[in-house]
Design a protein around this ligand. Sequence first.
Ligand SMILES: NC(=O)c1ccc[n+]([C@@H]2O[C@H](COP(=O)([O-])OP(=O)(O)OC[C@H]3O[C@@H](n4cnc5c(N)ncnc54)[C@H](O)[C@@H]3O)[C@@H](O)[C@H]2O)c1
Length: 421
Amino acid sequence: MARTRLPPHEVADLALSPVGASRIAWAGGQMPVLARIRARLRSERPLDGVRVGACLHVTAETANLVLALADGGAHVALCSANPLSTQDDVAAALVYEHGIEVRALRGEDVDTYVRHVRAVLDGKPQVTVDDGADLLVTAHALGGEGLGEIIGGTEETTTGLVRLRRLEGEGKLSCPVLAVNEARTERALNDRHGTGQSALDGIIQASHVLLAGHTFVVMGYGWAGLGIAERARGAGAAVVVCEIDPLRALEARMAGYEVMPALEAAERGDVFVTVTGSRRVLRGEHFARMKDGAVLANAGHFDVELDLDELRALAVDVRDVRPLIEQYTLEDGRRLNLLARGRVVNLAAGEGHPAAVMDVSFALQALCVEDLVRRRGERSPGVQPVPESIDQEVATLKLAALGVTIDEPTEEQRHYRESWT
Ligand SMILES: NC(=O)c1ccc[n+]([C@@H]2O[C@H](COP(=O)([O-])OP(=O)(O)OC[C@H]3O[C@@H](n4cnc5c(N)ncnc54)[C@H](O)[C@@H]3O)[C@@H](O)[C@H]2O)c1
């Protein structure tokens, strides 16, 4: 149902709208939890007139979240959290079919990206929904009266929370932020299973490598790294983990992986994935030791985990050998294959997390936005956990959607758990 008056927008091509619309519908079909919440929001309209600014990957799954918030009464303005993940057809459909304000172009340059973030902030959002904290961090950097209007924000990823906690540490965070990324349901489904499956999917789609029989190095064994390591092992790879945290390293060892320093792993690996949230995790000294044909990918949020300047400096030749692979030839003839220019591989080379995973993340997001609005003024500024009741509700709805039922504790068991004797 196209509209005659379109909202402010900057998308690649509105003619892509029908393709985007069917993509949104397909994803929606795999997001039953969000659909249930959307139906309730539509009838209760708790977000009536609330301005929501969202800086998220502009994908079919995100579109379903945006539509749920809009059905709850919100006015949503959306920009992209990563220039390479935007699905232009989805962006077009959101504008053309649903009247949502979208500014996102696949492959947009940094200036355009920044302009889009600022345009969303110009709309003076009352609630921000971030994936990487660009919206909220920029709002704080700009200051001004817009900041005072923000009721609160939600944050989808680890890197965003790190930035926001730094802001809070300096006493500058001026609103509450719900750490969606740290909700129990989010950790279990999104970081582990979502990243695990989609990072491998991106690597395989881009490079067509066989994992079985090869050595797969995971740099960073957080929730995301754990998921990637599990999937790579499941595909038959010999998995090596590199860590800097002794506890995480111990967990990886106890899970049966080889654990070693990066310099050693550099000589062993056929495929490398960085997923640390840090920078220059693989750099010149590592590249110099790698085998001919090694594949390099990053699944961390920012494209700073592989030191591309040092890779370039070591190379005598750089060429595109497949659509998403740049091959760097070193002086002695060894070739290193960089996937998706070191950007987050599951989104830049694959389709990102499956919709059934984003169902949980965006159900959490929708309930957190609603909670921020319903309890406006009750929370003090700072990064805060998602309320336990929201986590429980999402887990319960997801189990129901999967057709799984579980036991309830008996009265006797409840008493036993609660009694100090
Ligand atoms: N691609 C995706 O879909 C996706 C999903 C979730 C998280 N992420 C991103 O992935 C990154 C990691 O997320 P997480 O939730 O697993 O974080 P986390 O903090 O739980 O784990 C990161 C791990 O990396 C380790 N590490 C840090 N520096 C290292 C180094 N130099 N060498 C080896 N290990 C090192 C840390 O000790 C930690 O155990 C973040 O940037 C996050 O935003 C991406």
